[in-house]
Design a protein around this ligand. Structure first.
Ligand SMILES: *Cc1c(COP(=O)(O)O)cnc(C)c1O
Length: 432
């Protein structure tokens, strides 16, 4: 069933049948990329300040909105509309703040072969598609949007797959882009099949926003193909409860019914979802549709996003309103993706407020302060990384031999490191 607004848009585009609306290739072909079409399809006249700089903005950061996503815009309070704000370019995108960066996450540096990022020890991110159906105004890879609006060639993808093949530490591969679901089903099938010939790849994940912006992409055919490639996880990107429409819910149902675990990554966006009540409603709707809230991202320092950023305190406040107040699996991990490429860093309210040698003092979500008495006689298992001598049962074939690092290394018994010292430490340089 189409809404009256959807019928209008469909009628304006080609006066035709509902079956087209539900065809993702039709949606893709009719993405809205210019001002006049935007106004005609919504039957509105935009205020002058929105029209004025449109051309200059889209020259740097192009616009693309699927007819479906456009149909979710409520025109009566346009400028506060969360769907409008995520999809329509505004002049603030051209304000480059002094802390903004083109590539804040140093993705280009952690890329051993083009289109592959190997940042964490055991997982890698493979960019398989260079395009999206809807261009999110808050995209962290904004610098690349519409850049070469083409799909990376088979050769480039094959080079990424070969890197994964010769890097046995990689057990988890994330397909991202662009949106991997803009590839044809058979092409994606080829990529998944190739990856699954690699013995050390245990799981594959796909990040896609199509259930939000073009749910018709989740066809039976696509789902049948994906089903062959378990274990496969899908992460989607809902930011506002309004995005969980009947069509979106249907797409999620198809994926969940196929036994694919679903997660959601939201971005905390000023003026869109920076409200504990909106977030609470969002996570509840996600969970009711079998989607586990996975991450809530602090907005990155990419150029053109300054008007979307909130203080970190807003995210903490949101988590404070969720933890304990609602089901544990409704609570996403709030992360800041470290500028400079340090990866995602979780942040949350503080619950451990003090401790002594045998007691810790905690506070709960209600403000109750409580004590936890620690065991008097805990016999630590001193670990020399010699599992044969140990009482705990880890079969040696499965023992993970990767070196520990970071704070985990300082905590380990079998490693004598007593301090981690940053490079270029002058005190250490003086020592010669
Ligand atoms: C987010 C990300 C991952 C996956 O991180 P998880 O915390 O495992 O979800 C992997 N590689 C890169 C480059 C990433 O940005």
């Amino acid at each position: 069933m189409l809404s009256p607004q959807q019928k209008n848009i469909l009628g304006e585009i080609d006066g035709s049948s509902v079956s087209k609306w539900n065809d993702w290739r039709w949606q893709l072909k009719h993405c809205i990329k210019d001002l006049d079409t935007f106004e005609t399809l919504l039957n509105i006249e935009l205020p002058e300040q929105l029209r004025k700089n449109f051309r200059a903005i889209i020259e740097k950061f192009p616009m693309s909105i699927t007819p479906y996503y456009l149909s979710l815009i409520k025109t009566d309070d346009l400028e506060n509309d969360p769907v409008f704000k995520q999809s329509f370019p505004v002049i603030n995108e051209l304000h480059v703040g002094k802390n903004d960066m083109a590539d804040p996450l140093h993705e280009d540096k952690d890329s051993p072969v083009p289109g592959l990022m190997h940042r964490y020890p055991d997982r890698a991110l493979l960019l398989v598609s260079n395009t999206c159906s809807m261009y999110c105004r808050h995209c962290t890879r904004k610098r690349r949007v519409g850049d070469r609006d083409t799909i990376p060639g088979r050769d480039q993808i094959m080079a990424g797959i070969e890197y994964i093949r010769k890097t046995p530490q990689i057990r988890d591969v994330l397909l991202s882009g662009g949106d991997p679901f803009l590839l044809s089903t058979s092409y994606l099938d080829w990529i998944l099949t190739e990856l699954q010939t690699i013995e050390h790849v245990e799981v594959i994940r796909i990040g896609t926003r199509t259930p939000v912006v073009m749910p018709s992409r989740i066809t039976d055919n696509l789902v049948e193909m994906l089903k062959k490639h378990q274990p496969l996880w899908i992460n989607t990107h809902f930011n506002h409860p309004r995005e969980l429409t009947a069509s979106s819910r249907q797409a999620l149902k198809k994926l969940a019914d196929a036994g694919i675990p679903l997660g959601n990554q939201s971005v905390l966006l000023a003026g869109i979802n920076d409200c504990p009540r909106i977030m609470r409603s969002l996570v509840h709707k996600l969970v009711a549709n079998r989607v586990r809230p996975y991450y809530l991202y602090q907005c990155d320092l990419s150029e053109g996003l300054s008007h979307f950023r909130t203080p970190v305190g807003k995210g903490i406040e949101i988590l404070e309103s969720l933890i304990g107040h609602t089901s544990g699996f409704c609570v996403p991990t709030y992360v800041i993706d470290a500028p400079g490429g340090g990866g995602k860093i979780p942040v949350m309210p503080t619950y451990l407020i003090s401790w002594s040698t045998n007691k810790v003092i905690l506070r709960n979500y209600e403000g109750v302060i409580t004590t936890y008495k620690e065991p008097d006689s805990y016999e630590p298992t001193f670990c020399e990384r010699d599992c044969e001598k140990c009482d705990l049962q880890l079969s040696l074939e499965d023992a993970d031999e990767t070196k520990s690092m970071g704070i985990a290394r300082l905590l380990a018994d079998y490693n004598d490191t007593i301090a981690l010292v940053p490079e270029n430490n002058t005190r250490h340089e003086r020592r010669g």
